[in-house]
Design a protein around this ligand. Structure first.
Ligand code: NAP
Length: 167
């Protein structure tokens, strides 16, 4: 069964944004502000530009800005939580496939929404999670997302993640 972005946004209790980041705003606009109002939107997209086999963050969503913030600005009644954008799809719901616990970063403006997403991550098998703060922290998780081609270029696979060692 399939439907439109608006159908999915209206139906979903929690909605995931998994489209190409540079098209995320238009896709979410199509989904409908009203359909997403009051709901948690998990944004795992990256605003990448592709050129000559390389990727870079789209300048309009980097520096003192980020896609996560733009999404939250466009959908003020939606609780946007940015997470999972900085690691391979294979690990998002199965971080336990690696020999050590990696760190699941998330950020957003709504505390309850973040708690709900942290619980969801736990259900996915994440044992180490970290709240980075408000949605402006997307600037950093999106920069982390842009790091993957460097590691992928060396390892040739996506079976790796970040572990934050702290006191
Ligand atoms: N793959 C990973 O391991 C990974 C890891 C972390 C984060 N992400 C992020 O997750 C998102 C999806 O990544 P991906 O690997 O699936 O490949 P992608 O090429 O970045 O995105 C493909 C998806 O974007 C949709 N899309 C493209 N243009 C669109 C438009 N104008 N309007 C609406 N939807 C559009 C496509 O829909 P159609 O199929 O209908 O064309 C498809 O579902 C990206 O933002 C990426 O940065 C991916």
């Amino acid at each position: 069964m399939h439907g439109t972005f608006a159908n999915a946004a209206e139906f979903g209790e929690r909605v995931f944004c998994c489209v190409q980041g540079i098209h995320a705003l238009e896709a979410l606009q199509t989904a409908g502000e009203e359909n997403l109002a009051g709901k948690i939107l998990v944004d795992k997209s990256n605003p990448f530009l592709h050129k000559d086999g390389n990727i870079s963050l789209d300048p309009q969503y980097s520096g003192w800005n980020s896609l996560g913030e733009e999404v939250q600005r466009m959908l003020p009644r939606t609780k946007v939580v940015k997470t999972l954008n900085y690691l391979g799809y294979n690990l998002m719901t199965n971080p336990g496939m690696l020999p050590e616990a990696i760190t699941g970063f998330y950020c957003g403006n709504d505390s309850e929404a973040k708690q709900a997403v942290a619980a969801l991550l736990k259900d996915f098998g994440w044992t180490d999670t970290m709240d980075l703060g408000d949605i402006s922290r997307s600037r950093y998780t999106e920069m982390l997302g842009a790091f993957w081609p460097a590691v992928y270029g060396s390892l040739g696979h996506m079976d790796w993640g970040f572990k934050l060692i702290r006191k």
